[in-house]
Design a binder for this molecule. Structure first.
Ligand SMILES: [Zn+2]
Length: 44
């Protein structure tokens, strides 16, 4: 999954589903959004 956030309207989209274009405002500028998953990092 490639989750991106539109910088114009703030909508979070998956570009693998919608393509590299915001369905809300047709913007093509996004910032990379971290997946909504909790990562457990083992501290050494
Ligand atoms: Zn947008």
């Amino acid at each position: 999954m490639s989750i991106y956030k539109c910088i114009r309207c703030g909508r979070v989209i998956d570009i693998e589903e919608t393509g590299m274009r915001c369905p809300e405002c047709s913007s093509r500028i996004f910032i990379k959004e971290k997946p909504a998953r909790i990562k457990k990092v083992k501290a050494i």
